[in-house]
Design a protein around this ligand. Structure first.
Ligand SMILES: Cc1ncc(COP(=O)(O)O)c(C=O)c1O
Length: 383
């Protein structure tokens, strides 16, 4: 594609069209002012949640998606849209070396999709192992599918304890092991190599929930971890959490066949193996446009930027406070202090979490513009 406009110019034009609160206000019915204020509130020093800053072409991508309205359940009608979807999925397939992929609405759906595939691959087993730090959607998926989730202990770094996993497998070989790359509370990475070995030995499904940590896995410096993750039966990641995309944008990858978009004529042959019903451009067009216009390197640089800011924030806490700091490594920093930071939690600067039994404050570096100094400044009154 021709890069007709440099990113900054395109972005500036878009800001003019879409981000002029006064213009938009005049278009909206009265009573929507508060909503608009909320939408345009400055959020650069808010790090409570996995709410990412949007890549420059996201809004244009969303407009294009709204204009298009094609439903890829009838893919034959929308060859251009299908190509944009397949091009975007190819990026992930290549990175993760898994042959089947689809977009979805979020990590929760993907964990359900993975366990559904796993269950149908081996209906004799029912037990699923995951750490106590896994996302609650794993428990929901097990409940829906009639599976039995057994949570196993974590070590000090909030990672699944490999010995506990090995012991559990030896007593009861599971249907599936769920690993988390980037736990919700701390962003910890479970031991990939040990789990791959165990999954092979016990012939069970290995699913990697990289909803948060997928972007971290894609960095060249984490190639060792990626190599192990590539051995999984399925893996999911959420570009709407850590790759600067608007919701919903989530990716599910599998080693095992899913009814693929290209072969689905939904009236003649129902897409029975896929959770997704109707979907279209809204799931991937912003990502595709950002990728096309900015290239993969932009994503790598911005992901490194987030991680660098997380590391700087950690260093600031360590230098200037005696608070205990917990680091997951994928861009989330937690700390415990006896100071009452309820006001900052209320403002969305930090969130509350628990690491083991310790209540902690949590800073998520999801936005590539989140600045460690600004975040630390919010703590000044409490130092
Ligand atoms: C590790 C992990 N997995 C899955 C999910 C669920 O993702 P979604 O909110 O996109 O359904 C989350 C959400 O925070 C998460 O942190």
């Amino acid at each position: 594609m021709n890069h007709t406009l440099p990113a900054e110019t395109a972005n500036r034009l878009l800001q003019q069209v879409l981000n002029q609160p006064e213009d938009i206000k005049s278009l909206l019915p009265t009573g929507c002012e508060a909503l608009l204020d909320e939408a345009t509130a400055q959020s650069l020093d808010k790090a409570a949640h996995m709410t990412t800053g949007l890549a420059p072409y996201s809004q244009l991508g969303m407009q294009l998606a709204a204009l298009h309205q094609g439903n890829l359940l009838s893919a034959e009608l929308y060859p251009q849209l299908l190509e944009a979807e397949q091009t975007s999925l190819k990026w992930f397939k290549q990175h993760f070396q898994l042959p089947y992929a689809q977009f979805s609405h979020g990590g929760s759906y993907n964990n359900l999709q993975a366990l559904w595939q796993a269950r149908d691959a081996n209906r004799k087993r029912k037990v699923v192992y995951a750490s106590t730090a896994c996302h609650y959607s794993v428990a929901k998926a097990c409940a829906i599918l009639g599976l039995e989730l057994q949570t196993l202990p974590v070590n000090k770094q909030d990672q699944l304890d490999s010995d506990a996993l090995a012991h559990a497998c030896s007593i009861f070989p599971p249907l599936a092991i769920i690993l988390t790359v980037g736990t919700s509370a701390l962003g910890a990475v479970d031991p990939l190599q040990d789990a791959v070995t165990l999954a092979r030995h016990y012939d069970c499904w290995l699913h990697v929930d990289a909803a948060w940590g997928g972007a971290w896995l894609m960095l060249p410096e984490n190639a060792d971890s990626l190599e192990w993750a590539q051995q999984a039966d399925s893996l999911c990641l959420d570009p709407h959490k850590s790759l600067f995309q608007p919701r919903p944008c989530s990716v599910y990858l599998s080693r095992h066949s899913l009814a693929s978009t290209e072969q689905t004529d939904y009236l003649a042959q129902a897409p029975t193996q896929r959770l997704m019903g109707s979907y279209g451009a809204e799931l991937f067009l912003p990502l595709w446009l950002n990728l096309t216009m900015l290239g993969e390197d932009w994503f790598v640089e911005q992901t490194r930027q987030r991680l660098t800011q997380a590391a700087k924030f950690t260093a600031l806490l360590q230098q200037h406070t005696d608070w205990e700091v917990f680091i997951g490594g994928t861009g989330i920093v937690c700390f415990s202090t006896h100071k009452d930071l309820a006001k900052l939690v209320e403002q969305g600067v930090f969130s509350l979490a628990r690491i083991h039994d310790t209540p902690v404050y949590r800073a998520v570096f999801a936005d590539y513009r989140t600045d460690s100094d600004r975040l630390f400044m919010a703590l000044h009154p409490f130092l």
